[in-house]
Design a protein around this ligand. Sequence first.
Ligand SMILES: [Zn+2]
Length: 306
Amino acid sequence: MRVRVLGSGAGGGFPQWNCNCANCRGLRSEALHTTARTQSSLALSADGVRWYLINASPDIRQQINAFAGLSPRAVPRDTPIQAILLTNAELDHVAGLLSLRESQPLYFYSTRQVRDWLLEANVVFRAVCSSAQRTWKIVSLSGQHELIGADGKDSGLRYQAFTVPGKPPAYLADVVSQWDEATIGYKITDARSGRSLAYVPAIKQIDANVTIVLDGCDCLFLDGTCWSDDELVVQGLAQKTALSMGHVPISGPDGSLAKLAGLRIARKIYTHLNNTNPLLIEDSPERRTVEEAGWEVAFDGMDFAV
Ligand SMILES: [Zn+2]
């Protein structure tokens, strides 16, 4: 299966439009060894022709234009994008759907809760799903299933959706009382090779259920939003901690680096990096720490086969 990172930044991207933190400032002035990142999204393909996206970032138009594999190939209207799988209803993962509203067959996948939040609590998203050419599939939260796209054919990929500890999106926090299906991860398996990739860009806590799913995957993309829980507080940017935003920090005894140290995963990659994260700086001590622990840091345009 071919894997293409369309975006690797957290909400706001890097640099963020209104942020003058040390990282954003250092990127703009070219004083730091780092590169800009659009908001996170991943594209997968078993045949190199039909593509399946996980999440639709507000930068999706720029991301599609930056990757020729996603260009239309037939006239008059066409896209190789068959389906979009959503992990949650956070704006940086769903706002891009609004850019895909022109007439074009597409499949969407999410939990029932995320679909209801988008289409019922946020009426503007009905524009995305208003035509008969659009199909919204509710993912089963157990077992492995064929991933089917707009062409109705087997993608050659199988998906497993699994809930992870999370929270409702901030814009719904005052409205909803339940969020048991708010956040999921996906394990995608190539039916032919049997090789698998897990994508978990948002997770609040690494628990036993999650480690069981992740163990043995050939590749893992994991929530790398913040290096430390109080990163935004210490930098004077906000009073929000990483955990309060639904993201387990990387460092610390309960951090993802320590919690996943014993798992057998060939390729481990942090993605969804917030602009405050020192991992963005290629020669930072934190970057060296994760690389020595066998992790990579995702970047826009990262492209490889699993
Ligand atoms: Zn910043």
